[in-house]
Design a protein around this ligand. Structure first.
Ligand SMILES: *[C@@H]1O[C@H](CO)[C@@H](O)[C@H](O)[C@H]1NC(C)=O
Ligand SMILES: *[C@@H]1O[C@H](CO)[C@@H](O)[C@H](O)[C@H]1NC(C)=O
Length: 220
């Protein structure tokens, strides 16, 4: 009898605590998700002082023809029409077959405005080119984890800021991920591209302010 009463009275209390903790965790998670979903453009920053460094520094990440390039921030000044990447972070939706990989945050970007279309930015598993595509196109490649540096200012993939701009054609800088830390030597050799100029870049998040919510009409 005594035990029965204790149990009855203790259960709601315990459940109440557990409920409180999980609600708190959920609300923290929601706040963190919202921070991760803040939209940003991505700009290249080069620390070197060669002509190539100066050429690439300040260019903006754009997407066209299933690849990720650096071009002029002003769309009118681009050599090829391209869409300015507008990206954020969200958990990559693994397939049942890839659930065990659990690659964490993906980096979706808008690839067109009308109608709005989101694709995943990924590094090609074989060539290390940065590309974009839907889940079917991206899932077998390096889709994450993407993250930001501790100061939240720049972008990293697999915990590395190892991005390289490669001049594939005169004045056309494509982005690559130096996954092996060999300045892309192996993958560029495999593609017969060792003659191409290349520049290490830091990818800087440029937060794009959300349009302000419509102001409530003031009464009276
Ligand atoms: C993914 O993109 C490819 C190429 O654009 C397309 O053929 C395919 O239908 C898309 N898949 C989904 C699920 O949208
Ligand atoms: C990715 O590349 C590695 C070698 O670099 C290879 O062993 C692996 O099979 C590739 N994975 C896929 C899914 O193509």
């Amino acid at each position: 009898m005594v035990i029965g009463l204790l149990m009855l009275s203790s259960i709601p209390a315990v459940t109440g605590v557990a409920f409180g903790v999980s609600e708190q965790r959920k609300s923290n998670q929601r706040r963190e998700d919202a921070r991760r979903m803040v939209k940003f453009n991505i700009d290249a920053q080069c620390s070197g002082d060669t002509d190539d460094d100066r050429d690439v520094h300040g260019r903006r990440v754009v997407v066209r023809d299933e690849k990720v390039y650096l071009d002029d921030p002003n769309p009118a000044k681009r050599s090829h029409p391209a869409f300015t990447s507008l990206a954020f972070y969200i958990e990559y939706p693994e397939l049942d077959e890839t659930k065990h990989l659990n690659r964490g945050l993906g980096l979706p970007t808008y690839v067109q405005a009308n109608p709005p279309l989101l694709n995943w930015i990924y590094a090609d598993n074989d060539t290390y080119e940065l590309k974009y595509g839907n889940r079917t196109q991206s899932v077998e490649h390096l889709v994450g984890p993407w993250d930001w540096t501790e100061d939240e200012k720049s972008i990293i993939l697999e915990e590395k800021s190892a991005f390289v701009a490669v001049e594939e054609e005169e004045g056309e800088w494509a982005l690559y991920f130096d996954r092996d830390g060999d300045e892309l030597a192996r993958v560029l050799e495999e593609q017969d591209m060792l003659d191409c100029a290349f520049v290490p870049v830091t990818l800087i998040r440029q937060i794009v302010e959300e349009p302000p919510a419509p102001k409530a009409q003031s009464q009276g």
